[in-house]
Design a binder for this molecule. Sequence first.
Ligand SMILES: Nc1ncnc2c1ncn2[C@@H]1O[C@H](COP(=O)(O)OP(=O)(O)OP(=O)(O)O)[C@@H](O)[C@H]1O
Ligand SMILES: [Mg+2]
Length: 565
Amino acid sequence: MNKKKKLRRSGAKIMTSLILLLGSLSYIMVLAVINGSFGFICAMGVTLMGAVGVAKALGESIALSYGLIIGLAVGFGALRGLLRYIEQYSNHYIAFRLLAVLRDKIFAALRLLSPAKLESKQKGSIIAMITSDIEVLEVFYAHTISPICIAIIVSAAVVLFTGFVSSWWLAFVALVGFVTIGIIVPLISSKRLKASGVRYRAEFASFNAYFLDSIKGIKDLVLNNAGKEREKEVNHRSDLLLTETKKLKRDTTKAAAATELWVSAFILIALAVGILLVAQGTLSIGRMIIGVVAVFGSFGPVIAISALPGDLTQTLAAGDRVLNLLAEEPAVRPVTNGKTIDFEKLEVNNLSFSYDGKTPVLSDVSIRAEKGEIVGIVGKSGSGKSTLLKLLLRFWQKDKGEINYNGIDIDEIDTDSLLDNVTLVSQETYLFDETIEDNLRIAKADATMEEIEAACKLASVHDFILTLPDGYQTRVGMLGDNLSSGEKQRIGLARAFLRGSELILLDEPTSNVDSINEGIILKALKEQKRKKSIILVSHRESTMAIADRIYRSKIENITDKKNEA
Ligand SMILES: Nc1ncnc2c1ncn2[C@@H]1O[C@H](COP(=O)(O)OP(=O)(O)OP(=O)(O)O)[C@@H](O)[C@H]1O
Ligand SMILES: [Mg+2]
């Protein structure tokens, strides 16, 4: 993840797309920006009214009475408080809503992409996306865009106010100050900060990894009496980390100091220009005071920009990854207005398929299955058995040939109806960190306890579940990795029985099960057969004993060698 990858989009494109992604949240963002800007202007208003009062006392002709000036100052103060509240409120609202909206969008995209595209994507990077990338983006929306907008609005307002009320020379000084402090200084220091940030993070990660590793292996260190050596190395690495930390802190402090220095410099310049203008007689003292006070108090928003989370590159990379995922084309789109079916028969004719468009995985495969049949498919590992089952559920789009249910092309069948009729028990069953009962219930949310137990008995896992500490109420997480593959597999099988589909596709249902349990499961399947149709995939011949018809697959080709049972 640390490797530098080229971004697919330009920075500007990423930012625009991210803002467009906000959708209906954007108006709250606008509200936050307006509130933030007015809030700051109100805060300035309090001191500015002081300056106006002083100017009036110095004989400046000002249309406001003293009472009104004081009233305005108090009003600005009160308004500042209120606006601040609204600003904070909308910022937090955005932050939380944003996380929800982004997660929602990503899950929706994943839902469409699964299961096909997720096989090829690394699970790790998706988890990173859902956690850290979204957090990074939240910072971008809630704490990057709005400070920038606020700085632009407030700075423009100050320049205009100073220009019109006091002097355009002072306004010009302010403008140069804003550009210097808000853009030039951060750009210069961000280069150095970024470099030391990268070094610091690398050192930090390496130290952490080494330290954790040492703790994990502490037993072996003690056994080999290698503790002293290890301690030396830990100390050495800790010193390295300390050096990088110091460098980073020094650079951060330097950057902050540079900003402060420039602020002071521009305040002095404004003061000098103001005095000069008064000396030349082009500006009255009163208006000079108002202008200079306005400039003095106006650097807050640009200082905030210079203190922004320095690493915009990280934000852009996160944005790019999220946008890539959202733009990813799914392997198949769900059919929503298709035909519904009640499974009677399945016919696969001359089916060909390849994942990458080049390497054929299935070519010219023909099989059929009718209600009440057990159809067996045997073949070597990698010959495309699991692929065939995935195609039968339309996880991928078939390339050539036909897959027809009840004579209807699979691409015309409503996806919900297809999934109601056909259930796949895949080679690996995933169990959620919930109770065993909850894990079974995902197959049928409103199942009664009797139904659940019946399904588990069929799958030969009921007795095992009863031996768990809390039976069906045992949390899977509590068991750690203590469930064997075979036990998981049988829970997967129980799910399929509970789901009650007419056609059950079993991908190596007994590969991790001992021969006693295999016998029990196969017997259960055979009993089910009167009610259900089953397609049974295995590379074990023994499993095929119960099949009515067997197809044997060679690599890249499943041939229909009839083998009447
Ligand atoms: N998502 C995928 N993308 C690209 N290639 C894939 C994908 N899934 C499987 N393959 C490839 O397709 C071929 C067939 O795989 P498949 O899983 O269907 O074989 P299988 O017969 O089920 O094997 P096994 O008996 O080991 O389960 C293999 O060469 C595999 O590497
Ligand atoms: Mg397989």
